[in-house]
Design a protein around this ligand. Sequence first.
Ligand SMILES: *Cc1c(COP(=O)(O)O)cnc(C)c1O
Length: 383
Amino acid sequence: MIPYGRQNINAADIDAVVAVLQSDSLTQGPAVPAFEAALSTRCGGTHGIAVSNATAALHLACLALEVGPGDTVWTTPNTFVASANCARYCGAQVDFVDIDPITFNLCTIALSDKLRLAKAEGRLPKVVIPVHFAGLPCDMAEIARLGAEYGFRIIEDASHAIGSHYLGQATGNCRYSDITVFSFHPVKIITTGEGGMALTADPDLANRLRLLRSHGITRDPAEMTATSDGPWFYQQVALGFNYRMTDLQAALGNSQLKRLDNFLNRRRQLVARYDALLAKLPVGRQQRPDDRESAHHLYVVRLIGKGSQRLRVFQALRAAGIGVNVHYIPVYLQPDYLRLGFARGHCPSAEQYYAEAISLPLHPDLTDEDQDFIVATLERSLP
Ligand SMILES: *Cc1c(COP(=O)(O)O)cnc(C)c1O
């Protein structure tokens, strides 16, 4: 089976992990701060806080922005469940803003309309979490403008989007958000096995994220409520978690980060080939505005107006050994969201997109021959 996504691990990656195994610190050693520094440098000098996975980073981001019971967080339905669950972990409510059928990202017109209504009804969101779907940055300047107008904070879920650019600047620089989150799950652009990072330009938020990552415990006298009893002393000053990344993971991350540009280049080449090969087929594709550059995590085709044929086409591709997938089932259609009162019809564009979408394989080891075979099989299977 040609997988839809797959990690690429080379000898340098393996050596980096083995070196940690032979060192004194498997966790809480030098590799985590080194990885944080390398990635934050690449993202324009924001503070990086490495954590056990992006879901943990999203949870900490919500906590750092003081999301709690009585608050509402908005996100897109076209995402992995973690983008919404993070607010529920904090006791907040979640709502969803429909997608733009052209970019498959959160629609800023739908957002603007929903904000106007919410203001009139006195239920504005505290935080909005745009997701850079498939690696394509959202219209962040407009979302930030609305944030200033309506007073909400912004967490970018950039799990798909490390290496992407918006208005010429690297995602993770947080120019248009409070916190940006990356994932290093093996299907994403670079991997640490499990892993994630939160980036922020705000030093106070960075301190808060760091504190909550490790039990809410501080060893910094400036953060303590009493003078130290001695060199062993620490204080728990908030209810935190153990969301730390290990040095094994961070060493792999650092090695993978050095390879990021190679990964991005190969993904860009493959996407250009898909674009050219698919141009003659009756399928819809994600439109990528000129002012931003995708990291190309996913390549989705849409059977426009032929959602009734999606299962058959999907099965034909799978039967041919092509590991197609679907991203995403609208989050609010999950049983654990339906039970909160969500219903079909809440975000019609996201539902229609979901009915028609198929993700084709895209990863650095995909060959041109694989790709030709995928496109030929798709062409034969189309209605
Ligand atoms: C993968 C993913 C996550 C969760 O990442 P983990 O590192 O697996 O916790 C969150 N949001 C989106 C959009 C994702 O694709």
